[in-house]
Ligand binder design. Structure first.
Ligand code: SF4
Ligand code: SF4
Ligand code: FES
Length: 255
């Protein structure tokens, strides 16, 4: 028998001074293969045309429909209602700027993060459009592609304890971006250059390693491996930077 689902949905329009944050409740009968995306569209069509939420691809590709579903960040278009209990609470992703109801602005944060980690190939070689691009080993190209699959949904940031405490934290998505360029043989940056970008508490040393990011990533990116590798490399770089200082102190003490 089809279930009746009760949706408790966060409502607020920050652009309207009269608006106060509150929850609205809607009841829908469940249909076969219903996703949260379908449910939200039905709520908009049948109950409240003013309900705000984002979507574009409806196929887990654009990353725009992420929201907090019963306490867990997830993509609305990829969440089947049959996997949820009869009572569903929907909140906008925390951390990002609220546009209204379930809609947040992840775009500005991702653009600023890409600028901050200098998310482009750094090379001293001049670009010659008439020259054939140098071939990359298949295994390297595949490893880069694996990390490039990030759809910028923001789920990993919304689930991250450090990001909730400090808004300058790069988060798993930002650190994954650095990991992607470290793999790229065309990028001539060294670990000392990456240390300059992520070697502090707003970068890799702020990560508490509890891996909520990996748990909620809808694309199953290997975030745990990337965070661990970056932590090792950046800790090694920090050690190499500080060792000469301690040697000098030792020499002075011996005098
Ligand atoms: S492992 Fe690090 S990046 Fe991932 S959720 Fe925890 S603190 Fe955030
Ligand atoms: S790493 Fe995963 S969870 Fe984070 S933004 Fe990319 S796809 Fe979304
Ligand atoms: S609508 Fe594009 S990922 Fe959900």
């Amino acid at each position: 028998m089809a279930r009746n689902l009760t949706f408790h949905i966060f409502r607020h329009n920050p652009a309207d001074p009269a608006s106060t944050p509150h929850m609205d409740t809607f009841v829908l009968n469940e249909t076969a293969a219903m996703t949260l995306f379908i449910a939200l569209n039905r709520i908009r069509e049948e109950h409240d045309p003013g309900l705000q939420f984002d979507f574009c691809c409806r196929a887990g590709v654009c990353g725009s429909c992420a929201m907090v579903v019963n306490g867990r960040p997830a993509l609305a278009c990829h969440t089947k209602t049959r996997d949820l209990p009869e009572s569903v609470t929907l909140l906008p992703l925390p951390f990002f700027k609220l546009v209204g109801d379930l809609s947040v602005d992840t775009g500005v944060w991702f653009r600023e993060m890409y600028q901050r980690v200098e998310s482009w190939i750094h090379t001293a070689k001049a670009f010659d459009p008439s020259k054939k691009e140098a071939r990359m080993a298949n295994a390297t190209a595949e490893a880069i592609y694996e990390l490039d699959r990030c759809i910028e949904c923001g789920c990993c940031i919304a689930a991250c304890g450090t990001a909730r405490m400090r808004e300058d934290f790069l988060g798993a998505a930002g650190l994954n971006r650095v990991a992607r360029f470290r793999l790229d043989p065309r990028d001539e940056r060294k670990d000392a250059d990456y240390f300059h970008l992520i070697g502090d508490d707003a970068g890799i040393f702020g990560c508490m390693g509890l891996l909520a990011c990996e748990d909620v990533c809808p694309k199953h990116l290997p975030l745990q491996d990337q965070l661990a590798a970056l932590r090792r490399k950046m800790a090694g770089t920090a050690l190499r930077r500080t060792l000469p200082f301690f040697r000098d102190v030792k020499k002075i003490r011996k005098k």
